[in-house]
Design a protein around this ligand. Structure first.
Ligand SMILES: NC(=O)C1=CN([C@@H]2O[C@H](COP(=O)(O)OP(=O)(O)OC[C@H]3O[C@@H](n4cnc5c(N)ncnc54)[C@H](O)[C@@H]3O)[C@@H](O)[C@H]2O)C=CC1
Ligand SMILES: O=C(CO)COP(=O)(O)O
Length: 353
């Protein structure tokens, strides 16, 4: 007889992916609804002369992307994404968003028809026709499964260390949202389920762009007031963006962990902020890509790519002038304007007129 236990699989094994694997692997052991084995897709690479999958499966630690934290032994690293996802009931996607489409394509037509996906990826998707969409919509359309999202103020190292924080699940289906909450919630990782998926997801993608702005302020030696202004104007632009593009937008969601809390933590402690600070200090001598490689040991910043995706949307609808912060950050990233121009571009922000 086929097992009725729910299987959870994880696609991705970076800094956040490995942290989520630690939580999921631990939770399924104490919940009789779930199969105890959790397969985790690892984009294979050689680390210290050995395959990363082999290191994870013998040392139970992702020594490259989450060093210093043991993973439960029921988390199994697998280099083949189809093997990871084909028999899963819940598939958690947690990859740098620019790799999502290519990672998902081999899964087309291979998944259980009643499985659902969950995206933890912060960014948008550029379709073949150049249009921008949410990653969860890309998963729905490509893989023909429902897709929930999880966003929040969750710097991975702190979560892996068990420090108290919150997250937001976006789910249109209440039952799926509550099942996912059982997979993820712990006594230190507290979760609220909201139904306006688009807003939860867009908040996660957009705050990384604002965090670049916060990092530029740090690199230009502005003080706390200036950075607070950038964060506030960022929040106003995030809300306006959601009001324009996602009609289901409910303002309560901006005050959940996925909204204001993620904006604050990323603008103070995130990788986007760190790379942007270094970029501003280098005053045009180095690109963001170069600094990402130099500072992050293979981890990825999502803000520059998200800024490009959002700019495509704003330009297509003639909204660039209504979003001076998001637009300026994009132009700084592609070196169309110097970083020193950031604050001047905010002096006549629509919020002040
Ligand atoms: N790290 C964090 O604190 C948090 C990250 N997130 C989001 O989670 C998503 C995943 O981030 P992380 O797990 O931190 O990843 P990461 O930044 O550690 O990225 C590196 C991962 O990308 C993989 N990779 C490299 N090239 C690839 C390719 N061509 N195809 C597929 N995979 C490839 C690497 O093997 C590695 O697993 C991102 O969208 C991020 O914004 C969300 C909350 C917290
Ligand atoms: O999304 C994050 C925290 O919630 C992590 O932000 P960074 O990618 O800037 O580190």
């Amino acid at each position: 007889m086929a097992s009725t236990l729910k299987r959870v699989s994880i696609v991705g094994s970076g800094n956040w992916g490995s942290t989520i694997a630690k939580i999921v692997g631990t939770n399924v052991l104490s919940n009789p609804k779930f199969d105890q084995k959790v397969k985790m897709y690892v984009y294979e690479e050689i680390v210290d002369g050995r395959k990363l999958t082999e290191i994870i499966n013998t040392q139970h630690e992702n020594i490259k992307y989450l060093p210093g934290h043991k993973l439960p032994e029921n988390v199994v690293a697998v280099p083949d994404v189809v093997e990871v996802a084909h028999d899963a009931d819940i598939i958690i996607f947690v990859l740098p968003h620019q790799f999502m489409a290519n990672t998902c394509k081999p899964l087309m037509g291979k998944l259980k028809s009643d499985a659902f996906g969950v995206s933890l990826c912060k960014g948008f998707y550029i379709a073949d026709d150049g249009k921008i969409d949410l990653i969860s919509n890309m998963v729905r359309n490509l893989l023909k499964i429902e897709c929930l999202v999880v966003m929040g103020a969750n710097i991975a190292g702190e979560v892996a260390a068990g420090q108290f924080c919150e997250a937001t699940i976006g789910s249109r289906n209440r039952e799926q949202g509550l099942l996912l909450k059982e997979v993820l919630q712990t006594d230190f990782f507290r979760i609220v389920v909201r139904h306006d998926v688009e807003v939860v997801e867009a908040c996660g993608a957009l705050k990384n762009i604002v965090a670049l702005g916060a990092g530029f302020c740090d690199g230009l030696n502005y003080g706390d007031n200036t950075k607070a202004a950038v964060i506030r104007l960022g929040l106003m632009e995030v809300m306006k963006f959601c009001d324009i593009f996602y009609k289901s937008s409910e303002h309560r969601t901006f005050f959940e962990s996925c909204g204001v809390a993620d904006l604050v933590t990323t603008c103070y402690g995130g990788r986007n902020r760190r790379v942007a600070e270094a970029f501003a200090r280098a005053l045009g001598e180095k690109t963001i890509d170069e600094l990402e490689k130099e500072l992050l040991n293979g981890q990825k910043v999502q803000g520059p790519e998200a800024a490009r995706e959002v700019n495509i949307m704003l330009k297509a609808h003639n909204y660039e002038n209504d979003f001076p912060l998001l637009t300026s950050i994009y132009k700084i990233c592609v070196r169309e304007i110097p970083v020193t121009q950031l604050i001047d571009n905010l002096r006549n922000h629509p919020e002040h007129l």
